[in-house]
Design a protein around this ligand. Structure first.
Ligand SMILES: C[S@@+](CC[C@H](N)C(=O)[O-])C[C@H]1O[C@@H](n2cnc3c(N)ncnc32)[C@H](O)[C@@H]1O
Ligand code: SF4
Length: 468
């Protein structure tokens, strides 16, 4: 019997009710890693990092992430690691240190590793001047062996408010072939409430520039759950976004943690959509985008069926990491810049979070490592289960059993008992051979994943955003 039922997504049942929401609207991670960053330990050392690197096979290609923390203005909702400043000289200093970090990593690796994928995120990478971006790329090419532009995936996050008329042409000349545009919402009332005024024309200009310069893939970021959003208002935003014909859409669930992210306190709480409204928005979004020809990739991503993300999902090769979903499972992730997180040989490492410490450590010729974690066997098993569910919405027990030498039903006896609630609520089907998340369950996939998270019960409520 085949387990893979593959529900047509149009058949999303409308069983979302108050009772379900009150029981499932807890806090939980987004699982861009497992264990999550809360498990990273301060006593993780450069020696641990070197040990992880030493276990890398020389032929293993790298995926590079570069964190560019600066932004010219503050969006109140923002939960990214960023520094808001009007002082343009800050990025000049930053890239001098970033170049040092690149060279230090290359020295630690002891060779010129192959790079198949690169992503510049932030903050706002386009805060950097064109010569600053060129200087970083030049240093990278001195130390890493990049696949040609038509083979590799080289992406950059762009704030359409921060580009000039030639920026996309310039980025193409540096080798970038994918862009991701921050939009969030086109509704003016929503934009005013979050302090991000961005016209449709500004976004359209960035899209036109990217098409004119041969960018292979265009992603647009939206957020649902922002103040004054309704199903109706978000429908308008989605319709306008589709006029721009993006290849991918990231539609993030607004993470509202005003005690952690102080600027979020400027957001009027009364104007936030209720959990019911948020679920209606997401339900509408899934239906609308799938009817418009997009595939639903994992929890917050959509892609055209011929996009590499959708292909990777169909072929069972989709991965999840700190940039969201990714197609390059064969690469190890090396991340550079303040607060950046790497994933190498079953370990996670994070750089120091503040600029002063970052600069001070590099002045002492030290890798600016802050903390990390080395996965044990149980972490690896649970990570495989969580990543399989969050990327593919189904799981075959036999695959986990053969990968890790366990009997799934014995190893996860307690978890399977706890999953019964999801089964009773129509979110999950559990069979003799595995499990399948239903269309309704896809909207609550983070809840299902938390069942397999060994650490979650030890954590205080309030460290993560609401699951709905
Ligand atoms: C680094 S920003 C994108 C690039 C650029 N800084 C910009 O805003 O255009 C990354 C994305 O994270 C998302 N984001 C930021 N804060 C968020 C929050 N509190 N909840 C959910 N998504 C959030 C937004 O969609 C944003 O576009
Ligand atoms: S959303 Fe983007 S531009 Fe706005 S503050 Fe966050 S990182 Fe900066």
């Amino acid at each position: 019997m085949s387990l893979i039922l593959n529900f047509p997504i149009q058949q999303v049942p409308t069983a979302i009710n108050r009772d379900l929401i009150s029981r499932y609207n807890l806090s939980g991670p987004r699982y861009t890693s497992y264990p999550t960053a809360l498990q990273f330990r301060d006593d993780f050392t450069v020696a641990d990092y070197q040990d992880a690197l030493a276990r890398l096979k020389p032929e293993t290609p790298l995926s590079l992430y570069l964190h560019m923390p600066f932004c010219a203005t503050l969006c109140y909702y923002c939960a990214c690691n960023k520094i808001v400043t009007k002082d343009r000289s800050k990025s000049g200093t930053y890239i001098e240190y970033l170049k040092r970090e690149i060279a230090l990593h290359a020295k630690t690796l002891g060779r010129k590793p192959k790079v198949k994928q690169m992503h510049w995120g932030g903050g706002t990478p386009t805060f950097l001047s064109h010569p600053e971006m060129a200087a970083v790329v030049k240093t990278l090419h001195q130390h890493f062996d990049f696949a040609p532009r038509d083979e590799g995936e080289y992406a950059i996050e762009i704030d359409p408010r921060s580009i000039q008329s030639d920026t996309l042409a310039f980025l193409a000349s540096l080798g970038f072939n994918r862009i991701s545009l921050g939009v969030q919402d086109f509704d003016e009332r929503v934009q005013r409430a979050v302090n991000r005024i961005q016209s449709f024309e500004q976004t359209e200009q960035a899209v036109l520039q990217s098409r004119a310069n041969g960018f292979r893939s265009l992603n647009i970021d939206l957020i649902y759950g922002l103040p004054f959003q309704t199903e109706e208002s978000f429908r308008h935003t989605l319709e306008r976004v589709l006029e721009l014909n993006p290849d991918r859409l990231s539609i993030f669930n607004y993470a509202h943690l005003p005690t952690h992210f102080k600027p979020q306190q400027a957001i009027p709480t009364y104007a936030l959509p209720s959990p019911e409204e948020k679920l209606r928005i997401m339900e509408y979004t899934v239906g609308f985008l799938t009817r418009s020809g997009y595939a639903h990739i994992g929890m917050d991503h959509f892609a055209k069926p011929d996009d590499e993300l959708a292909i990777a999902q169909r072929e069972g090769k989709l991965q999840r990491n700190f940039q969201g979903y990714s197609t390059h499972g064969d690469c190890e992730l090396l991340s550079l810049g303040v607060s950046a997180i790497s994933q190498i040989s079953d370990s996670y490492f994070q750089n120091v979070k503040d600029l002063d410490s970052y600069y001070a450590m590099l002045d002492q010729h030290k890798l600016p490592l802050w903390r990390g974690v080395k996965l044990d066997e149980d972490d690896r098993i649970r990570r495989a289960v969580i990543m399989q569910l969050i990327c593919h919405f189904h799981l075959e027990f036999a695959k986990i059993e053969s990968g890790f030498g366990i009997v799934f039903r014995d190893y996860f006896k307690r978890e399977l008992e706890r999953l019964q609630e999801f089964v009773d609520d129509g979110l999950l089907l559990v069979h003799d051979e595995g499990m399948e998340v239903t269309p309704l369950g896809r909207l609550l996939i983070r809840n299902i994943c938390t069942t397999f998270d060994r650490y979650l019960s030890d954590m205080a409520e309030g460290r993560f955003s609401r699951l709905i």
